[in-house]
Design a protein around this ligand. Structure first.
Ligand code: IVH
Length: 713
């Protein structure tokens, strides 16, 4: 906790800057002039968040905060219509200039939103009033949380995939979208016997399921630049709009279809949403599930509230439900309103939030030196999980909240995974409470922090910073890299503070007696640790390359580097070669090639690299592996009942097999537990052996008793 006077000065500077910008969340406009400047501010702020969300896929605030800004703008515009027309609020233009654009035959509209039961009831009443009670039957579908697309099929063949763009014209992402397995290139003939339409625009959402999101966060995010991703939507957007389609291919995306634009010939268009869903399914394309029909107002409210509960068990992210009139002719009588069609409404679920008392703000130093704030508070249950720490995103978000010791704060779980502090109740602040401040010195090594991105980031640039060293050793030892058993955070921190480890290169020089005298490890644990470090000397080269923590070099790029440089030490002199640079650029992408080169141009990095690779034994572990499962690669998906994944993979390895976190062409067996993720579909499409837990058990038993029992799982 920082209370020093000098730090308070920094905070005051921040606070006055915030006041000038009118950033205080609790501030409300009272006079017309204040109203005008607040409107101006809100427009700019919303545009900035739109940009972060849609274009950079890295939102700074949660959906609830964003929607609150929008609602405030709408309320102000209703009070002061002279400052703008709320009817004109356009959809955000997701085009980013990197793709060819294509025009939609029928524009893609947005939808009116509501957050409350009352809004839902108002919608129901308005529809009944215009369409007549007899025609009113609603379909309640999950509102998929990804990126909207329009897939154009001509005579059953996929010709183009376009993002919503500005509603009239979007980015042509056909090439990237072709990596989505569930997006069929050719529609199946409709068993109902109806002819294939000449041309249809199918409207849907590309998204990523939770299992895939978690897999990527575990592996890819260790690349060092992005950190962990806050929400699968950001990854879905990033993958669909990736500049090279190999990124899309490494990540499993999914799609569902919930509507249509053009339908030629028009007289063959579906008469109801239900019929649309059946036709789409018959063609072999997915539709949103589960759905409920509702016939009257109370039934609709019940269905929506129930969907809010069901949503927690779904395998994919949703941020609400879309309620739509089933009958298309009734839709036509309702027509379009300012925010979208009058026959549908999006009901957004309230964010799961809880109030608690803030105790401390800790500033965490990452591997790259980025210093980020973390709130520590009295434990509280949010969306079914007990949390006591939450992210404060970055110094700008932290400053915006203006936190004091003992404040009552609101904690939410963004995307229901990573808890974040979303607000503070300043009215309940204790008199004389100390304000938390942005540090000027590194909390780990006291070096002066450098301030970058206009106060949006602070960074410790000291190489020897113990926190940075510990995080980089932790990365090196993690499952994704060298997978050193028995080397956890506590041991790493002890090794660093005892001065035994200054970089990952020091690990291979550790002796059993060093570890024993350091304290914290008994004789057996010390011996086991040295052994497990030893064992990793022959790990595959890509693991070592990934372990270096070069920005943007995660498993995939490390593998590519290892393929290009089977003897990685050649990188030391090859890196400055123009021709090598061009090859790296084409294999890894320009941005990664630049990072790799910059990393190798740094003298200290080169020294760590040389020392590290001098300790490596250049034989891939798969070649030395021996045993009944040698040559087989197992992937686990879903929850195993009988063992943790770690235990299961230890058993596979003990029998000479390999395990991997993701399904690829190398995978030989997929072992599925409860609620398997997207890997199941991928495994099916690649035609590999799929085992349930019982079959997996039998295989292991057979393997341990006989070396020839592999064909009979
Ligand atoms: S129907 C005229 N159904 O939510 C728009 N939209 O705010 C008709 N979305 O842009 C849209 N799941 O990208 C519809 N089951 C669903 C949906 C859904 C997600 C998205 C869609 C749309 C936005 C509306």
């Amino acid at each position: 906790m920082a209370r020093a006077t000098s730090l308070r000065v920094v905070f005051c500077l921040f606070a006055s800057w915030l006041l000038v910008c009118g950033l205080r969340a609790e501030e409300t406009a009272t006079t017309k002039r204040e109203g005008e400047s607040r409107i101006e501010f809100l427009r700019t702020e919303i545009a900035r968040h739109d940009e972060l969300y849609h274009r950079h896929a890295s939102p700074e605030i949660g959906d609830a905060e964003y929607d609150a800004l929008k609602r405030e703008l709408h309320a102000l515009l209703a009070a002061y219509p002279e400052f703008g027309d709320r009817e004109r609020t356009p959809v955000f233009d997701d085009r980013d200039g990197r793709f060819a654009t294509a025009r939609h035959a029928v524009p893609m509209r947005s939808l009116a939103k509501t957050y409350e039961e009352e809004g839902l009831r108002r919608f129901h009443r308005a529809v009944v009033e215009r369409a007549g009670r007899a025609n009113v039957r609603f379909v309640v579908e999950p509102k998929m949380d990804g990126i909207a697309i329009s897939a154009v099929y001509e005579h059953g063949r996929l010709v183009r995939v376009v993002t919503r763009g500005n509603g009239e014209e979007g980015d042509d992402v056909t090439r990237n979208a072709s990596a989505i397995a569930s997006l069929r290139a050719e529609l199946r003939a409709d068993f109902g016997g109806s002819a294939m339409p000449e041309r249809i625009e199918l409207r849907g959402e590309v998204f990523m399921d939770w299992a895939e999101f978690e897999r990527i966060n575990r592996t890819e995010a260790r690349e060092g630049t992005a950190g962990t991703f806050a929400h699968p939507r950001n990854l879905a957007v990033g993958s669909l709009k990736a500049s090279d389609d190999s990124t899309t291919r490494e990540r499993t995306l999914d799609v569902v279809f919930f509507g249509w634009g053009e339908w030629t010939p028009q007289d063959s268009a579906p008469a109801t949403q239900d019929e649309f869903r059946n036709r789409v399914r018959a063609w072999g394309l997915p539709v949103p599930e589960p759905i409920v029909f509702a016939e009257d107002e109370d039934g609709l409210v019940r269905a929506v509230l129930q969907a809010g509960e069901v949503r927690r068990g779904l395998a994919f992210p949703t941020d609400g439900v879309v309620v739509k009139l089933d009958r298309v002719d009734a839709r036509e009588t309702l027509g379009e309103g300012s925010e979208g069609p009058r026959w549908a409404v999006a009901y957004k679920f309230p964010a799961d939030e809880a109030a608690t008392t803030l105790r401390d703000v800790r500033w965490q130093v990452g591997r790259s030196g980025a210093v980020t704030p973390v709130a520590e508070f009295d434990p509280v249950v949010v969306a079914g999980a007990n949390v006591a720490r939450a992210s404060l995103y970055n110094p700008a978000w932290f400053a915006r909240l203006g936190l004091h010791v003992g404040d009552t704060i609101r904690v939410a779980r963004a995307g229901e995974i990573i808890p974040v502090v979303v607000g503070v109740d300043a009215s309940r602040r204790l008199p004389g409470a100390d304000a938390f401040t942005v540090p000027t010195a590194c909390p780990s090594c006291a070096a002066v922090l450098s301030n970058t991105m206009g106060g949006n980031a602070i960074r410790c640039v000291a190489r020897a910073c113990p926190a940075r060293v510990a995080r980089s050793v932790e990365h090196f030892a993690s499952d994704a890299c060298l997978d050193i058993d028995g080397l956890g955070t506590a041991t790493i921190e002890r090794l660093v503070s005892a001065g035994l480890v200054r970089s990952p290169a020091d690990l291979y020089a550790l002796r059993i007696e060093d570890l024993e005298t350091m304290g914290g490890l008994g004789a057996n644990a010390a011996r086991a640790l040295v052994l497990s470090i030893e064992r990793t000397r022959s790990a595959e080269a890509w693991r070592w390359l990934q372990g270096l923590g070069i920005p943007r070099v995660g498993a995939t790029n490390a593998r590519r580097l290892a393929t290009l440089f089977p003897e990685p030490t050649e990188l030391l002199h090859a890196i400055t070669d123009e021709a090598v640079g061009a090859v790296l650029g084409s294999q890894l992408g320009a941005a990664t090639a630049i990072e790799v080169r910059a990393w190798f141009e740094d003298a200290e990095n080169r020294e760590v690299f040389e020392r590290l690779f001098a300790q490596r034994m250049g034989r891939p572990s798969s070649e030395v592996s021996d045993g009944p499962l040698a040559g087989l690669v197992f992937v686990f998906s879903g929850q195993l009942a009988g063992a943790t994944r770690k235990e299961a993979s230890a058993r596979v390895k003990a029998l000479g097999g390999e395990t991997s976190g993701e399904v690829s062409r190398r995978t030989s067996h997929l072992v599925v537990g409860a609620r398997p993720g997207a890997s199941l579909r991928k495994a099916e499409s690649l035609g590999m052996t799929i085992l349930d837990e019982a079959a997996f058990e039998r295989l292991l038993e057979a393997a341990s008793t006989s070396a020839t029992a592999l064909d009979a799982p």
